[in-house]
Ligand binder design. Structure first.
Ligand code: DGL
Length: 252
């Protein structure tokens, strides 16, 4: 599994709960964080390099636990490594459009995701008849990466980003970046009437289903270890603060 930093840990945590016997190797590409503002070609290059590294550790399935990397690289990864099953993130426009009473939703994501063909496609396919506002969560992934998931500063930032859409009738917010899963409690507290769509759990379930379909569920023992491209110690402090147990960790 990989992400630019701690965001994908929401998916790792969900997968550990579902499939505790699986051994998860999580690559945090902290040296290249944030992916959001980078050109898609650059993110794609990182996704390929990380995939090769994870395949060296004998990965049987790769979860692209990052919306920006999924938007930039998922289709190309599948084409380049046809023998490897990939599970990626897709902004939850479908469930959001289904549950929105006002037919007005917000997709909160990075610029890389919001500008992508992937988002365009899901909006075309599932957002018909629904107003889909796209908001770049400037500074949010950076705050989560620092460990700032709530507090007056982050609340003010969330108000600044979401207030006008909510006032205009948006009743559902799609978390279109894995880092934002850690902001869900702050968003819920700040906008109590608004539904939050977080697909981390569904992606973990999909990953486990793929293992079942391919008959490659592990008998155990499971575990969670890390490969980190920069600031290993700082990253591991964040992992522990988020309540995940880790077995091993190495620099990339
Ligand atoms: N976690 C990444 C995502 O899901 C974004 C954070 C970043 O900008 O690196 O899009």
């Amino acid at each position: 599994m990989f992400d630019s930093g701690v965001g994908g840990l929401a998916v790792a945590r969900a997968l550990q709960r579902l499939a505790p016997a699986e051994r998860i190797v999580y690559f945090a590409d902290t040296a290249w964080f944030p992916y959001g503002p980078r050109p898609p070609a650059e993110v794609r290059k990182r996704a390929f390099a990380i995939t090769r590294r994870l395949l060296e550790s004998e990965a049987k399935l790769i979860v692209v636990a990052c919306n920006t990397a999924s938007a930039a690289a998922l289709a190309d990864l599948r084409e380049a490594f046809p023998q490897v099953p990939f599970v990626g993130m897709v902004p939850g426009v479908k469930p959001a459009a289904r549950q929105s009473n006002n037919r007005h939703v917000v997709v909160l994501a990075t610029e890389g995701t919001l500008d992508s063909r992937l988002l365009e496609r899901v909006v075309e396919e599932f957002g018909r008849g629904t107003r889909v506002a796209r908001i770049v969560g400037h500074g949010l992934a950076e705050a989560v990466e620092r460990g700032e998931c709530d507090g007056p500063r982050i609340r003010a930032r969330l108000r600044g980003l979401l207030e006008s859409q909510v006032a205009a009738g948006a009743d559902t917010v799609v978390l279109g970046c894995t880092h934002y899963a850690f902001l869900a409690p702050a968003i819920a507290a700040e906008f109590p009437g608004v539904a939050i769509v977080d697909t981390s759990e569904a992606v973990a379930r999909r990953a486990f289903d793929v293992l079942i379909e391919r008959d490659s569920v592990s008998p155990g023992p499971g575990g969670l270890s890390f490969i980190v491209s920069q600031d290993l110690a700082a990253f591991l402090r964040r992992v522990e603060a988020l309540g995940l147990r880790r077995e091993g960790a190495v620099p990339a």
